[in-house]
Design a protein around this ligand. Structure first.
Ligand code: GLA
Length: 344
């Protein structure tokens, strides 16, 4: 079932919201600004609903946001070192919006634009198709890029995000969603007791500015080891800020939709599993949340949520040894991520 309405206006243009509901009363609310997930209500083990993603009550919050709450991130998610890269012998300079680096698509990334939206309803699911054209040269990237992001809520309690894009010039692309989760509820404090398993045995090592050194290191015997379910808080204090790192997913073939991560919260009994076609996942524990105001009077502090951003490795345009993020005209960029919800 879908309900739609107006979330706010920006430059006299309406920002729409879409409220998707399924048979088990899961509710996902998505807006056309940033193609962002602004609320996600799922039942706990007693059937009680709670909103498990962080965000803002109104459009104002999203217009001023610096945390990337719930949004679609692109053209290239994560950091690009020194805000530049080479493609076919030509250097492309991007907006530097994170020190000297480029982060999450620059100043006007896909989180800061209005998407065209079309809702759909089928027998066992409903959803919204968002479309946006990013123009040649925007934030420094080459090529006009036509992007489609489809959110689907199924009666199997899955929230799927499906990304597609085509370009008219050779370019780079790496899209993701930046939802902050707290399975106890968006305003429930720290995530230390959430247990997480990540289907990965190695990470891309980063420098102090969080860009990859190029080295791939095994997680075994490090605080990064989540090969088996482990509380997020167990080793977090062994790290400077918390987790903010790219895990390389175990896959039997590239692009296959396979298990990426599982998170369990025992008080509520909520379980979230993530499957993805992408080769990697950024695990981020909200290290830069600083007490800013969120929905319903909540204040979001450091480690009050986690993000699991399915994507290609950070700074891939500058690391030819990483799986390629190059998109050629005539080819189609595809990425599917599935969030599956249950209780235990
Ligand atoms: C990503 C990055 C973090 C941070 C957040 C946004 O998850 O990995 O370092 O920039 O986005 O605050």
């Amino acid at each position: 079932m879908i309900k739609k309405g107006i979330f706010g206006t920006i430059n006299d243009k309406e920002v729409e919201f879409f409220l998707l509901k399924n048979k088990s009363s899961i509710e996902a609310k998505i807006i056309s600004y940033g193609a962002a997930l602004v609320s996600l209500k799922t039942p706990d083990k007693n059937g009680k609903l709670a909103d498990i993603v962080l965000g803002y009550d109104g459009l104002e919050g999203y217009l001023n946001d610096t945390c990337y709450h719930g949004c679609t991130v692109g053209r290239v998610a994560n950091r690009i070192s020194n805000a530049k890269f080479m493609l076919d012998g030509k250097e492309y300079k991007l907006t530097a919006n994170n020190g000297s680096n480029h982060l999450h698509g620059g100043n006007i990334g896909f989180n800061r634009v209005l998407w065209e939206a079309r809702p759909f309803e089928e027998k066992d699911c409903c959803g919204v198709i968002f479309k946006y054209q990013s123009s040649d040269g925007q934030e420094g990237y080459p090529g006009n890029l036509d992007i489609t992001v489809t959110y689907t809520l199924t009666n199997d309690n899955e929230l799927k995000i499906d990304y597609n894009a085509v370009t008219d010039k050779k370019t780079v692309i790496n899209l993701t969603n930046h939802s902050y989760f707290n399975l106890a509820g968006h305003d429930s404090g720290d995530i230390y007791s959430h247990q997480i398993q990540i289907n990965s045995e190695s990470i891309t090592e980063t420098d102090a500015d969080l860009t990859p050194t190029g080295k791939i290191i095994p997680v075994k015997n490090t605080p990064y080891d989540f090969t088996k379910l482990k509380p997020m808080g167990r080793d977090i204090n062994k790290l400077d800020m918390g987790y903010d790192i790219n895990y390389i997913l175990k896959k039997s073939s590239p692009m296959e939709l396979s298990f990426a991560a599982k998170v369990c919260e025992s008080q509520s009994g909520r379980v979230m599993e993530i499957l993805t076609s992408e080769p990697a996942i950024q695990f981020y524990t909200g290290n830069f949340l600083n007490g800013s105001a969120g929905k319903n009077g909540a204040s979001y502090k450091k480690h009050n949520a986690f993000c699991l951003e399915t994507q290609h490795y950070p700074d891939s345009p500058n690391h030819p040894e990483f799986p390629s993020v190059v998109l050629n005209p005539g080819d189609v960029y595809r990425h599917l991520t599935v969030h599956k919800f249950s209780v235990k």
